[in-house]
Design a protein around this ligand. Structure first.
Ligand code: MN
Length: 337
């Protein structure tokens, strides 16, 4: 239907890459809805061009320039700049209903059935399930609702400093009023939840329809060896990283196949951060068959099982290595047998 759309937001070039992968994932699964990207003023022109070839509409939102209620709100609450940009999605009144999706989400199957839901439908947040997670939500564009949200923001701020706090306070009956507004968790599966309830992930994980790369480290913070089809490490410490290696690889495969070539085209001769490591295949192998470390891969650390347990309990979990999902599943299997 042409008056329904998936909407996402990119405030910089890195999130724009995420938005492109998200857009491609929606198209890959044959959505019949329109695709809209809201971009902040800092997104560079070649990235906007690339977005334009995936999304039906790319709208630049500069709250600073708007001179309207959103600008006035921003002057009183400069801390909520990105939030005001996101709330702008309610002004898309050319559409009767929309599904907002964060640029750090990835679609694994067709989810057009979400448009059968009403405002405000969303999935529970894994950290506090009486709050909804604002990474995926169904809404009805309305200038009136937009104004009310801005007023609410100005008067009450956000209890978590972001849009999720504002939206949960505004749509404050979500937890109790109408169960049809609770989206199943498989529409917004965050990696952090996978590790906090692994047996449930083993049982239900294959039904996941949307993965949400929640947390500080995003897929685009890694790099990718396109020749080997391998995701390489990032520069942040492992305890800040909660991404599931399988979904991370899916994100990079889609990026490599249908986003990077597009960016190459829109950048022309201008250099850009492709995210690819370009180590020639033969040079990586020594005569003894051992391999060079990728430039950003963390050094391998062999730790004792006791030390590892202490790190795990302190929240320093080596998701990509010893504590990877596969290793944990193997351990679980050995107990369950
Ligand atoms: Mn997110």
């Amino acid at each position: 239907m042409s008056d329904q759309a998936f909407v996402t937001l990119a405030t910089n070039d890195a999130y724009a890459k995420g938005a492109m992968v998200l857009g491609r994932s929606l198209l890959k699964h044959n959505t019949t809805k329109k695709l809209v990207a809201l971009v902040g003023p800092h997104v560079a022109e070649p990235c906007r061009d690339a977005l334009r070839s995936i999304f039906h509409e790319v709208l630049v939102v500069d709250v600073m320039d708007s001179g309207d209620a959103a600008h006035l709100s921003l002057m009183k609450r400069p801390d909520l700049g990105v939030t005001f940009t996101k709330l702008h999605c309610w002004t898309l009144t050319q559409y009767s209903k929309c599904v907002f999706m964060d640029a750090d989400t990835l679609v694994l199957s067709n989810i057009d059935e979400l448009f059968e839901r009403e405002e405000l439908s969303a999935a529970p947040d894994p950290g506090w399930p009486d709050c909804f997670n604002s990474g995926v939500f169904v809404f009805r564009p309305s200038d009136e609702t937009h104004e009310k949200l801005l007023t609410f923001c100005r008067e009450h701020g956000s209890f978590d400093g972001g849009d999720q706090g504002v939206l949960n306070s505004f749509f404050n009956t979500w937890a109790t009023a109408d169960i049809s507004k609770h989206l199943p968790f498989i529409y917004n599966l965050s990696s952090i939840a996978i590790y906090s309830y692994l047996p449930a992930f083993k049982q239900y994980g294959h039904d996941a329809k949307v993965v949400h790369f929640l947390g500080k480290v995003k897929p685009w913070n890694y790099s990718y060896d396109a020749q080997r089809g391998e995701v390489k490490g990032h520069s942040l410490s492992p305890d800040q990283c909660h991404l599931h290696p399988d979904y991370l690889l899916m994100w990079w495969q889609l990026y490599a196949k249908s986003v990077q070539p597009l960016l190459q085209q829109t950048h022309g001769d201008a250099p850009f951060d492709s995210g690819f490591v370009d180590a020639p295949v033969d040079a990586a192998l020594h005569e003894d068959g051992s391999e060079d470390q990728a430039p950003f891969a963390p050094p391998p650390q062999k730790v004792s099982s006791e030390e590892r347990k202490q790190r795990w309990e302190a929240g320093q979990i080596d998701y990509m290595g010893d504590d990877s999902f596969d290793n944990i599943a193997r351990k679980l299997d050995s107990f369950l047998k």
